[in-house]
Design a protein around this ligand. Structure first.
Ligand code: SF4
Ligand code: SF4
Length: 243
């Protein structure tokens, strides 16, 4: 049986109005410059230690972001490259498939939130200061979750480009505001068709995939659907990043 990803000219997976709202959310994240970097793209691949510590590139990727990436791939790459990107089923490749040979991002306009927020802060102490500033007005588990993820997303070599956006952005990060809005956007779209939705729900006992990796989401769109019905259960059992 030949397994095929959704390549070729097809209807966009995201309606324009949803893409506009997604891009408006992205625009709230302050831009950073990486021009002083001595290892461009090193943040887009894992060291062996990071891999052993269960890190993943491009994770978390929200469902609506995944659809945005698929649309970008289908309109910016030839069919061979589309097939390569959209058939990848590895949850945690050592290197992001979109990383270019020169350390750039080949889907830069559609890169997910996690790539945009990486390096907005330069030091762990700045993350700690954000947590301290908001701990009186947010539940403790928000603060601890913020600390446990954002302490690992600082980069000492970035330069903040849009400081006027910083405070609002940091509050959105600490309060998981971006996350809630991403989930609401996906609810407005319908990530899977009805048949795939049923396969997903019957196996995971969840209504929809909220966030996952590129490889995880890719598997849900592979055709024919009989392949998904036969194989998704074992794929899900091995997955530990799907939510
Ligand atoms: S985020 Fe940091 S490591 Fe990654 S390209 Fe920018 S400066 Fe380099
Ligand atoms: S999508 Fe782009 S910015 Fe994000 S990890 Fe991959 S190469 Fe890096």
């Amino acid at each position: 049986m030949q397994i095929t990803p959704p390549v070729g000219q097809q209807e966009p997976m995201l309606p324009d109005a949803v893409r506009e709202r997604l891009n408006a959310l992205y625009d709230e994240v302050p831009g950073v410059s990486c021009s002083a970097c001595d290892r461009p793209g090193s943040c887009c691949e894992l060291t062996q230690t990071e891999f052993d510590d269960d890190y993943a590139t491009m994770y978390p990727l929200y469902a609506v972001e995944y659809l945005n990436v698929v649309d970008y791939v289908r309109t910016h790459f030839d069919s061979e490259r589309q097939r390569e990107f959209l058939s990848l089923s590895d949850e945690r490749p050592m290197k992001c498939p979109f990383l270019t040979d020169t350390g750039g991002c080949s889907i830069h306009p559609a890169r997910p939130l996690t790539c945009r927020t990486y390096g907005v802060l330069n030091e762990v102490e700045q993350v700690d200061a954000v947590a301290e500033a908001h701990k009186a007005d947010m539940p403790p588990f928000w603060i601890s979750a913020f600390l446990s993820t954002e302490r690992y997303t600082v980069c000492a070599q970035t330069q903040l480009q849009e400081p006027e956006k910083l405070q609002t952005h940091l509050k959105a990060m600490a309060s998981f505001d971006y996350e809630r809005r991403m989930i609401a956007l996906a609810e407005d779209v319908g990530v899977l068709d009805k048949e795939r939705q049923q396969v997903f729900e019957s196996i995971t006992k969840k209504e929809v995939p909220t966030r996952w990796t590129l490889g995880g989401f890719n598997v849900l769109l592979l055709t024919p659907i009989s392949w998904l019905k036969d194989n998704f259960s074992s794929f899900w059992k091995k997955s530990f990043l799907g939510e």
